[in-house]
Design a protein around this ligand. Structure first.
Ligand SMILES: [Fe+2]
Ligand SMILES: [Fe+2]
Length: 346
């Protein structure tokens, strides 16, 4: 692990090296000594006279450069009260005094960093697998080849595992950082739907059923021209009319594939229906809209709102949830209420 050691005394550098190397890689930085090496991992350790105003200002500048490093350890000998207060004012996450405390704190940071890296690796691999599966399903449909249902089942299992292990927020953040367009949308909808089903206590079979419906819900978009699908900005009425065909196209693509259940077909065809009959393609009314579809529609709208797009700013999860709350009459109020935890906390 990297330890960025910031000090006002060149003589302190060999001493800290003798204490920490070779277990840690010490990167020294002398205050007032020039450019800071930018980094976002490891730990930052500051050992300087915090009673001197000029030092405090120099530390402030270095901390700005290294603001991505979450752990900031300050060494204050004998825990001198005024220096401890100054350290916390500068953003210290811990104040240590003796070598034993320093070693102990760094070991704690190292364990936490390793755990975070493992989480990241698991999540990244599962997202990459999920995205690859979506990609192969979409290219199959574009090339008029049959859809392989086991691809959708595998992608859904990967999403369920990832969310069970690392939570929905980690999934949403990673997907929005690394994927674009329709893939990003499908990965987000599937993640949100799975997170929603888990949060309201669905049995694992039902989590999986909703997850597969979410994974496949926009498969019909694979037959929409890319000039419409990837158009940056609003669609004109003719393009909108073509785009609105995707639920029926998806239904037609899946209806004869063995293993695709009626619930999945219902989700694919009806995820743009609203309780007041204003949705499409069949203008269903509330009694005709199943629970699975109601959950899927909420997940779909929320995911579409929080997508990161190259041509417009992303809406925060809070604002997206407010928009859902304003769709009274179209979405089931009790489900939107139950979704609050997923939208804002999970
Ligand atoms: Fe859709
Ligand atoms: Fe969608």
């Amino acid at each position: 692990m990297l330890v960025h050691f910031v000090t006002d005394e060149p003589t302190k550098i060999p001493a800290i090296r003798a204490m920490l190397e070779p277990r840690y890689h010490v990167v020294p930085q002398l205050l007032g000594g020039g450019v800071t090496q930018i980094s976002s991992n490891g730990a930052l350790m500051v050992d300087a006279d915090l009673r001197k105003k000029v030092r405090v200002e120099q530390i402030r500048l270095v901390l700005l450069e290294l603001s991505c490093i979450p752990e900031k350890l300050f060494i204050v000998r004998n825990h001198a009260r005024s220096m401890v207060a100054q350290a916390y004012a500068l953003g210290a996450t811990a104040v240590v005094s003796r070598p034993r405390e320093i070693i102990f704190k760094l070991a704690q940071i190292e364990v936490a960093e390793k755990a975070a890296r493992t989480d990241f690796a698991i999540n990244s691999r599962e997202i990459a697998d999920g995205a690859a599966t979506f990609s192969s399903m979409f290219s199959a449909v574009r090339c008029v080849k049959p859809i392989n249902l086991s691809d959708a089942e595998r992608a859904t299992s990967e999403i369920i595992n990832s969310i069970a292990q690392s939570g929905l927020s980690a999934w949403l953040d990673h997907v929005r950082r690394y994927h674009e367009g329709t893939f990003q949308h499908c990965l987000l909808v599937a993640g949100v739907a799975v997170g929603f089903a888990m949060d309201i206590g669905f049995a694992s079979l039902d989590v999986r059923r909703l997850g597969i419906a979410a994974t496949l819900h926009d498969i019909g978009k694979a037959r929409i021209p890319l000039s419409i699908l990837d158009k940056p900005g609003r669609l004109d009425p003719a393009e909108e009319e073509i785009m609105r065909r995707h639920p029926v196209i998806g239904y037609e693509l899946l209806k004869d594939i063995s293993g695709v259940s009626p619930e999945i077909l219902d989700g694919v065809r009806h995820h743009h229906e609203y309780l007041d009959g204003s949705g499409y393609p069949d203008a269903l009314m509330a009694p005709e809209i199943s629970d699975l579809v109601r959950l899927l529609t909420i997940s779909d709208i929320f995911a579409a709102l929080i997508e990161s797009r190259p041509y417009s700013a992303a809406i925060s999860r809070q604002d997206a949830y407010k928009i859902l709350c304003g769709m009274d009459g179209k979405l089931e109020r009790s489900l939107v209420k139950a979704f609050r935890n997923v939208a804002l906390v999970a």
